[in-house]
Design a binder for this molecule. Structure first.
Ligand SMILES: NC(=O)c1ccc[n+]([C@@H]2O[C@H](COP(=O)([O-])OP(=O)(O)OC[C@H]3O[C@@H](n4cnc5c(N)ncnc54)[C@H](OP(=O)(O)O)[C@@H]3O)[C@@H](O)[C@H]2O)c1
Length: 292
């Protein structure tokens, strides 16, 4: 038994040194008794993604059993896949790859991870909710399908580049009428939202791209930042300075999307409650562990 190699998994991205995924999957491994090795893999950058593809194929050829994918490769992870789940098609991106003969299957677990954590933190589903989302990048694309499935009253997208928000809306022709594209001035005319989600990363915010002059909030508005960091994120900090008590960052989503990847690979959904407890969260928030 002792000489058996454990199953090999990894998270692939560039940069990758700061990824928290190995810590999370090691916890799941310990909890479920499924022995595995989970590493960080850096893929070279190339405009057409071929170097990423080669790195993935090499990992699977060497016996790798699954890959999580992070920035900037999530759309290549879908476009080079042999087959893909509906959630990856809708998002135009994948974060979970499983080897198949001659290629891989692509899944996107960000949406499920977001919905599970949102329910845990907010204590309700998004049914009949009025929702505002900042950003229209990969993270927002990943959650939109799952959010629409909960039958909210409306989802407003507010993005620096309006065309990108429009292109994202077009990906959901069946529910498109629920999605409204709003500019910042148009936000001023809106009634308070039940939920405000941020999908704009810290670096963009450091560049001065903060659009958060949001009058459309009430005491009950819930603020969910998909971004996470060792310190309080700018969006959560902003919500708190406005006196908003209900705000959280995206660390819980990170844990939940990892759990869903684990389920896809191992057929077992790990129990995440112990990971959301303070000792593990403090470990994830250690200053050496920055954004994924
Ligand atoms: N918690 C989790 O599990 C999880 C999962 C996935 C992602 N995330 C986080 O979500 C964040 C976004 O990731 P992503 O993959 O969606 O990135 P992305 O695809 O690059 O999208 C970035 C978004 O930020 C906007 N933006 C960039 N610079 C800006 C500026 N200066 N002013 C205003 N807006 C600006 C972009 O607007 P334009 O369209 O105008 O460029 C776009 O909407 C990251 O911090 C990532 O770590 C977390």
């Amino acid at each position: 038994m002792g000489c058996m190699n454990p199953l090999r998994y990894a998270v692939i991205g560039n940069p990758i040194a700061h990824s928290l995924s190995p810590l999370i999957h090691e916890m799941f491994s310990r909890q479920t008794g499924i022995a595995l090795a989970y590493e960080r893999l850096k893929a070279p950058l190339s405009d057409d993604g071929t170097l990423f593809r080669e790195k993935v194929m090499q990992f699977f050829a060497e016996g790798g059993k699954g890959l999580n994918v992070t920035a900037p490769f999530k759309s290549f992870a879908l476009s080079f896949s042999a087959c893909a789940a509906e959630n990856a098609f809708q998002a135009g991106a994948a974060n979970t790859l499983t080897p198949l003969s001659g290629g891989w299957r692509a899944d996107n677990t960000d949406g499920i991870g977001f919905i599970r954590d949102l329910y845990r933190q907010w204590g309700r589903s998004a049914e009949k909710a009025r929702i505002l989302i900042f950003g229209a990048g990969g993270a927002v694309a990943g959650i939109l399908g799952e959010l629409l499935a909960q039958k909210p009253t409306e989802i407003c997208l507010c993005n620096r580049t309006e065309d990108k928000a429009l292109a994202l809306k077009r990906r959901f022709p069946d529910s498109g009428e629920k999605i409204t594209i709003l500019s910042l001035p148009q936000l001023l005319l809106r009634e308070p939202f039940d939920l405000i989600v941020n999908g704009i990363g810290v670096r963009a915010i450091d560049q001065g791209g903060i659009p958060w002059q949001i009058p459309a909030v009430s005491d009950n508005t819930f603020f969910y930042d998909m971004v996470y960091s060792s310190a309080e994120t700018p969006f959560v900090a902003w919500a708190r300075t406005q006196g908003m008590r209900h705000a959280c960052d995206g660390l819980g989503m990170l844990i939940e999307q990892a759990a869903e990847s684990f389920r896809i690979w191992h057929g077992v959904l790990p129990e995440t409650a112990e990971l959301h407890m303070s000792t593990f969260i403090e470990l994830l928030r250690a200053p050496t562990n920055k954004e994924k």
